[in-house]
Design a protein around this ligand. Structure first.
Ligand SMILES: Nc1ncnc2c1ncn2[C@@H]1O[C@H](COP(=O)(O)OP(=O)(O)OP(=O)(O)O)[C@@H](O)[C@H]1O
Ligand SMILES: [Mg+2]
Length: 590
């Protein structure tokens, strides 16, 4: 329950709405509680006239009708008052809960944005989605209906029970007896319903994950003719979903009968004991009082039923809030120092850098040393899993080094302003990612400046040798990519991704194996353009091909996170080790 205290700051923020909501609940109930008494008075009035045998007298019928009409009008008036304030209650408290839901979602989302890459490796996407959607919705149920029904129960039951007591203490005691039992039973039933519906929900999301994977892997599935297997597995999951849903329906159908039975019990008690009291001459209890009691009992039904339901809502909200709080209190591993320095100079030095991936414990780099001056280029080669991308990740500060130091422009990377660093680095990741948007928007992605002209976008595309391809499309730069639009070829994607980095005019440009899908001539053209653009700036090119790195000022060869060869094209050839062998082999291939 303590977890929910976190939400108090929001309740405080919307205190006026909450206060008004409570006031409207009181007003609505004040009208409501008048109605049974009115019914009692009406019955009392009619029976008194009938008992006196005065119905036959002149004008008595007219008077009866007039008074009846007047009482009915009053009854309608009370209902309208009750309904009007009920409407306002919902307008305040439920609206408040929606506003807090909005704020909380934004808070969680902001926290997601703060977190570093390691966080996203630790948590799976489904879980992250759940916190912001399902967990927040459950919390909202507490803030809206939860709070509303709790206030309502308190106000209504005190008003009604007080009224009942003024009529008959003894009868009140008997009639109220079944209500706590009902509350408890409903709590139990709601608990089971919630548990079952959660399982149904989980099965549902399992099914959608399954189908989603089928959609994204559709080409592989078709190529390997696995449709049938997918179909069978889907049928099993769907069956499970149906079984669970049917179970839920069974439990659900218990709910109303429980309520109706117990209410019936209270009503019977009211009628039976009330009748005994009516015929007992020592107590003054009339037929109208029985009617009044029956209405009271019915008025108490839903509030008491809601005790069980609300308890269950609050329990679930608390569990969700625990999960949300866990997230909110996490601090990103990559921190920006308060007195961070601006980026100054793009020389890069790795000083005895080692790095172990925190989630898997895999060693990415092991005691790596190298240095490139501003204006130089570095080529990185090495087999798969040798640590090339790890170097790129570390320069972008997607992770912090485990030991050693990275100096950029002579300062420790950790002391530099993180936003400035990311702004000054142009990074083309190994796995190209383009958004479902126009090509132009994909290229201008990293530029927050409205002054960027179409000309700038075109220049970047030309430097990346993709302009020709783009203008061939019917919509040119406005061509939409991804699910809603066309699919680019692997090489085209890589080059759009290069344009996105180049347009930033970065101080440091990192190419992570992003020329692998372009042909030899295009590769050379792009590298030539880079030389021109990156004058006096620093370039890091990661590749499996000697042709991509041979013109670099420095080249390192990695193996299992260690540098095994370090020099330039000429000196590495002379060493006649791995680099030399690769060069010979790739020369032959061409
Ligand atoms: N995000 C990650 N979490 C855990 N381990 C990782 C992660 N990324 C890489 N590794 C591990 O770190 C080691 C180095 O990986 P890295 O991605 O740097 O290799 P690479 O040289 O870029 O390989 P490739 O040429 O295939 O791109 C590998 O053993 C890999 O399994
Ligand atoms: Mg890699």
């Amino acid at each position: 329950m303590k977890a929910l205290a976190y939400l108090n700051k929001y309740l405080w923020k919307y205190k006026v709405r909450l206060g008004l909501g409570a006031l409207f609940i009181i007003l609505s109930n004040l009208f409501g509680v008048k109605m049974p008494r009115l019914v009692n008075d009406t019955i009392g009035y009619i029976t008194s006239i009938v008992d006196a045998g005065a119905l036959d007298s002149e004008g008595a019928q007219d008077e009866l009708i007039n008074t009846g009409l007047w009482l009915a009008c009053l009854y309608v008036l009370f209902s309208i008052g009750k309904g009007f304030f009920l409407f306002l209650t919902r307008q305040t408290i439920i609206v408040m809960s929606r506003k807090i839901e909005f704020d909380l979602k934004n808070e969680v989302y902001l926290q997601y944005q703060r977190m570093s890459t390691a966080f996203y490796k630790r948590n799976n996407t489904g879980d992250l989605m759940n916190r912001i959607s399902e967990d927040v919705s459950k919390v909202r149920m507490y803030l809206g209906p939860g709070i509303m029904y709790t206030i309502n129960l308190t106000v209504l039951s005190s008003l009604v029970i007080y009224q009942m007591f003024t009529r008959s203490t003894e009868l009140t005691g008997y009639v109220l007896l079944p209500l706590p039992i009902m509350a408890f039973l409903i709590y139990k039933v709601s608990h089971i319903i919630n548990r079952e519906s959660e399982q149904v929900q989980r099965q549902q999301s399992k099914m959608s994950t399954y189908v989603q994977e089928f959609f994204s892997g559709i080409r592989v599935v078709k190529a390997y003719r696995r449709e049938h297997a997918f179909q069978e597995e889907f049928a099993i999951e769907a069956q499970e979903y149906m079984d669970r849903s049917i179970r839920l329906v069974k439990v659900n159908s218990l709910f109303l009968p429980v309520v109706v039975t117990l209410i019936g019990l209270s009503t019977i008690l009211a009628v039976y004991l009330g009748a005994i009291m009516v015929v007992d001459p020592t107590v003054s209890f009339k037929v109208g009082d029985i009617a009044e009691f029956i209405i009271y009992v019915n008025m108490l039904t839903w509030p008491f039923a809601s005790v069980g339901w609300v308890t269950s809502i609050i329990q679930r909200a608390a569990a969700s809030q625990v999960r949300i709080n866990e997230f909110l209190k996490e601090e990103p591993e990559i921190q920006n120092l308060e007195e961070a320095q601006p980026f100054n100079g793009s020389s890069i030095a790795f000083k005895n850098v080692s790095f172990t991936y925190p989630n898997s414990g895999m060693i990415g780099l092991d005691g790596v040393n190298f240095e490139i001056k501003q204006g130089q280029s570095l080529g990185i080669m090495g087999g798969t899993g040798s640590g090339k991308s790890t170097i790129a990740n570390l320069i972008c500060r997607l992770y912090d080094v485990s030991s050693g130091q990275i100096a950029v422009g002579g300062s420790d990377l950790k002391t530099l302003d993180l936003n400035d660093v990311r702004q000054k680095i142009g990074y083309v990741p190994q796995e190209v990612f383009l958004f479902s948007d126009t090509i132009a928007n994909n290229i201008r992605f990293g530029i927050h400046d409205d002054k960027l002209s179409d000309q700038d976008i075109e220049t970047a595309a030309k430097d990346s040798c993709v302009h020709e391809n783009i203008v061939d499309f019917k919509d040119g730069y406005e061509t939409i990519l991804g699910e809603r639009g066309i699919t680019l070829s692997g090489g085209q994607k890589q080059r759009v991704s290069i344009a996105r980095a180049v347009i930033k005019s970065p101080e440091v440009l990192i190419f992570d194996d992003c020329l692998s899908a372009v042909d030899h001539e295009t590769e050379e053209a792009i590298l030539r353009n880079l030389k021109r653009i990156m004058q006096n700036k620093t370039t890091v090119i990661i590749s499996h091909r000697v042709s991509s790195v041979m013109h670099c000022d420095k080249i390192i060869m990695l193996d299992q996170g260690k540098i095994v060869e370090y020099g330039n094209h000429q000196s590495l050839l002379e060493e006649r080790k791995k680099y030399y062998v690769l060069y010979q082999k790739q020369l032959e291939d061409n």
